[in-house]
Write a protein that binds this ligand. Sequence first.
Ligand code: PEP
Ligand code: MG
Length: 585
Amino acid sequence: MDLLKGIPVSSGIVIGRVFVLDNDLTRVPRRRVTEDQVPEQQTRLADALAVSVAELERVYQEARREMGDEAAKIFLFHIGMLRDRNLIAPMEKAIADERYTAEYAVSSTFRALSDRFAQMGDSAFTTKVNDLADLSERLLKHLIGERRAELDLAQPGTVVIARDLTPSQAVGFNRKNIAAIATDLGGRTGHTSIVARALGLPAVVGCQSLLAKAISGQMVIVDGDSGRVLLDPDEEQIAQYKAYIEQEQTYRLSLRDIAALDSVTRDGVGIEILGNIEFPEEIPMLLDLGATGVGLYRTEFLYLTQPREPTEEEQFESYKACVEALAGRPLTIRTLDLGADKYTQERADNPERNPFLGLRSIRYCLRSIPMFKRQLRALARASAFGPMKIMFPLVTNIAEVRQARFLLNDILEDLREEGIAHDPAIPIGMMVEVPAAAIMASSFAREVDFFSIGTNDLVQYTLAADRTNEQVAAYFTPMHPAVMRLIREVVKASRRHDVPLSCCGESAGEVEFALLLIGLGVRTLSVSAPAVPNLKRLVRSVSITECERIAKQALTFDSDTQVAGYLRDRARRIVPEAFDGRAAE
Ligand code: PEP
Ligand code: MG
């Protein structure tokens, strides 16, 4: 049995079977398979070689047509290499003798050969190093692609274990057979974690060395509440976790009763609890759990789930579906927030050096005006069917808001001329998720109709801690006094200028932090669906005066650990049931 500890990011416990997804071409871990899986690995290797040769033959013919015989020869050389027994035999041997996976056999054999070539000093050999890298990548792509295809056919109860997963991979998992995920990399507020929560897929990230230890087919327990992953658990552990699963189901059922109750504090102040969604289909579940609308619809997932930009019509249908599903309830749709950890394939192929500080969100949209306009037009058309607000992400400059508003006005004008129905006064808001926006909130308040604080990015940019990096997870905390002070400034500006304010970062769903937000003056919280019931329970158990007292005290501390300890203690007293379950272990 191996016990690994990671970051719990999506709650729930699953007892299932491992499916290792080595999807990183540049780092293939040394992994072994069981004796009976050896023939399967040999077949996988043979298939990958055959498919790659067939592919290269097509490339060769094409190259001959376009570049002539001489230039196309390089592909003949590649084909020759993939047929060379001197190359194939060591790979087969690595699988047979060492029980390595086909992926590792390929990468280690090619690496050894390329090291040898590089050391020869003769340029005829050193130039071949690139050819080898090219061939190894081609083989690995097939092996990995084939594993992804296998995943679609996996048995129910499959637990995907990978070094890292992109948000679009997580979205693509078939919930019928994929029961949980666990990865070596990742952070609590990375978008893969957010997607896991949205899908109700128990998940642990940041396990650091899980991939190297896991073997496909092995039994595994993923505990998305405590962050534990148990490989090859014993009978006793399985029995213990089965009991936990039952306990958890009872607790979840008990939360159902709260969904229909009002979200008001003990002293009668209403706290609006909205939900964050990635897909319109999440709305019914969100309403079922007691949310009263959508405070953040992350539209970029429309772009991440298909290989091309969705058409205006496709977007219109999705936005309209949201408006209709909400039937008059609040709906805030955020414009495209692509970039950073959310790439389209095209951008993934041309990575930026530092994508979190790069061309993301509103910046990217303002550089891709035709695309941005297609989205704005689809949104404006959907606004004819019910209330809707539009929100811009990652705003750092006033000019960005003005330019975006200008584009929207242009579109509204077009629609008017074309006689297409729309709301002529759609409220326009912005995310406050960089320190620049928080500090300048008073100036921005004159430009927008509402604010929404995004703590995921605000914490990341204030504390210089990458939200997707497990190595700095301890730095990444909304409890840092600097973050609290920035939020306090935004609340003040919103009150002074009478601009409605909400908070839609993941932390808004954590009871300790919600206490603080309410105490600081935030009255609308938008959170992922699973967090709604607990949050409502908290709201109904506190008074505003109590929250204000707590916030005032929290602001006196100068370290995040003090703040966290203090808030946890307070929250425990107010809603012990949110902690007394297994999650509090
Ligand atoms: C945030 O940054 O807090 C936020 C809500 O947006 P996202 O998580 O999509 O970046
Ligand atoms: Mg953000």
